[in-house]
Write a protein that binds this ligand. Structure first.
Ligand SMILES: Cc1cc2nc3c(=O)[nH]c(=O)nc-3n(C[C@H](O)[C@H](O)[C@H](O)COP(=O)(O)OP(=O)(O)OC[C@H]3O[C@@H](n4cnc5c(N)ncnc54)[C@H](O)[C@@H]3O)c2cc1C
Length: 114
């Protein structure tokens, strides 16, 4: 198997071309990973979520990892892991522009997570 490191631009293209990821967060030394849909724009990954375990955990520890992969022909594949920081866009003054931007990106797909 031949493995090579993707250039930054290739990583960005892969993140933009896809919308399904696995989000990992951690609390008290315990990892937690779930599948979710995202949208990539301007160095940010946007996602929609109801309240639940992952939101609780990311509120207490905002350090997260997101993994996205793409299968090519035959046995080829590409995979990107992004380390980042969870940030909420609450429905309050000061977040409207970013919220509207996220909403516009995510709602481009008819089957996005509701
Ligand atoms: C293709 C796909 C796309 C999805 N897109 C989104 C999205 O865009 N936004 C979004 O919020 N959610 C999405 N989900 C659902 C997501 O994976 C979580 O199941 C959901 O968000 C609930 O997560 P939670 O941490 O709030 O769980 P809670 O409802 O708080 O769940 C509590 C417990 O349920 C179990 N559990 C929760 N989720 C899963 C799971 N996926 N698989 C196995 N066990 C689980 C775990 O044991 C967890 O401890 C998607 C799922 C799939 C399969």
């Amino acid at each position: 198997m031949l493995i090579r490191t993707l250039a930054t631009l290739e990583c960005t293209k892969l993140l933009t071309a896809n919308r399904f990821a696995r989000l990992a967060c951690a609390k008290d030394g315990q990892p937690y990973i779930v599948p979710l849909y995202y949208a990539h724009s301007d160095n940010h990954l946007y996602a929609f979520s109801m309240l639940g375990k992952k939101i609780d955990w990311m509120r207490s520890n905002p350090l997260v990892s997101v993994q996205v992969d793409e299968r090519g022909p035959g046995r080829s594949w590409k995979s990107v892991v992004v380390d980042g920081r969870y940030e909420e866009l609450p429905d309050r003054v000061g977040h409207k522009l970013q919220r509207d931007h996220a909403w516009a990106l995510l709602s481009r797909h008819a089957d996005w997570w509701e």
